[in-house]
Design a binder for this molecule. Structure first.
Ligand code: SAM
Length: 246
C-alpha cells in the first residue's frame, strides 16, 4: 500500500518510522511519503492560511497550495487514491472503515491546521476521487496529524503480513464476525499468580470451547459496562450462531 501525507508539520509524522508501521515500511509492505505543504506556497513567507470569509476567529487553509500539492501527489502515481481528510465534522473512524481503507492500494491524507481547509478543495477532489472526511472522535485537536497517525496505524496492522499473527486482529474489539460490535474482554499472561491475584481458572483448562465461551461472556460483560450503545447494535443471531459452534 502507498500512503502520502501532505502537512505543514512533516516532522509530526516521524512516528511512522517506528514500531509496526516502521517495520512494515522496511519490509516494503508500506510505501509512506510525507510532503511539506509549504513547498506549494509561493510567497515570501510560504503562507498557507488566510482570514475566513464571513468573519470570525481563526484562520482557514488556502485552496491554492492544497490544490497544487494534491495535483502533484496525484500525478506521481498510477490510478486514483482515496483522499482521507481528517476533520471533527467527518464521519466517525471505525474498525469497519479501517478494514475498508486497508483494502485500497493508495491513500492520500490531507491533515489540516487552524480552522480547516477551504471547502472548495474537497468539492474539487470529490469530482475526481473518493474523498472521505473522517473524525477520530468527538473532541477537537489542534491539527490533523495525530488523526493521520491513528488512522495509518489502524489500517497498517490490517495489511496482510504486517502483524506476526493474522489471527490477533480477528479477535480484537470491533473485529467483524460474530463478536462484531463487542469489546475484547480482559487478557492475562504469566505468572499464574501475581501479588496474590489468580488468573481465571478456565484459561488454564485447555478446553478451547470453554475458553471461547468465557471470552464471549467477558466481551459482553465489558461491552455492556463500558459501551451499552454497542450492545444494542449487537446481532443476537450472530452470537447464537457463535455459541452453537462452541
Ligand atoms: N473548526 C474545526 C471544527 O470545529 O470542526 C476544528 C478545526 S481543528 C482546530 C484543526 C484540524 O485538526 C482539523 O481541520 C482536522 O484536520 C484536525 N482535527 C481536529 N480534531 C479532529 C478529530 N476529532 N478528528 C479528525 N481530525 C481532527
Amino acid at each position: 500500500m502507498r500512503i502520502d501525507v501532505v502537512t505543514i508539520f512533516p516532522e509530526y509524522l516521524e512516528p511512522l518510522s517506528v514500531s509496526l508501521v516502521g517495520k512494515a515500511r522496511q519490509r516494503g509492505q508500506l510505501d509512506v511519503r510525507v510532503h511539506d505543504l509549504r513547498e506549494w506556497a509561493h510567497d515570501r513567507h510560504n503562507t498557507v492560511d488566510d482570514t475566513p470569509y464571513g468573519g470570525g476567529p481563526g484562520m482557514v487553509m488556502k485552496p491554492e497550495p492544497w490544490g497544487e500539492a494534491l495535483d502533484s501527489v496525484l500525478a506521481s502515481g498510477d490510478g486514483k487514491p482515496v483522499l482521507v481528510v481528517p476533520t471533527p465534522s467527518g464521519i466517525p473512524f471505525t474498525q469497519e472503515l479501517a478494514v475498508e481503507l486497508s483494502e485500497q492500494p493508495w491513500l492520500v491524507f490531507a491533515p489540516a491546521r487552524y480552522e480547516g481547509i477551504d471547502r472548495r478543495v474537497m468539492e474539487e477532489y470529490e469530482e475526481r476521487l473518493d474523498v472521505r472526511e473522517v473524525s477520530i472522535g468527538d473532541y477537537v485537536l489542534a491539527g490533523g496529524e495525530a488523526p493521520v497517525l491513528v488512522i495509518v496505524e489502524a489500517v497498517a496492522r490490517l495489511l496482510p503480513g504486517v502483524l506476526g499473527n493474522a489471527q490477533s486482529h480477528q479477535d480484537d474489539s470491533f473485529a467483524p464476525g460474530a463478536m462484531s460490535n463487542l469489546l475484547e474482554g480482559p487478557v492475562y499472561t504469566k505468572p499464574p499468580q501475581w501479588r496474590g491475584r489468580e488468573i481465571p481458572e478456565v484459561l488454564l483448562s485447555g478446553h478451547h470451547g470453554k475458553v471461547a465461551r468465557w471470552r464471549r461472556d467477558e466481551a459482553l460483560r465489558r461491552t455492556s459496562q463500558n459501551r451499552p450503545d454497542l450492545v444494542e447494535r449487537c446481532d443476537p443471531e450472530a452470537l447464537d450462531k457463535y455459541d452453537r459452534r462452541l
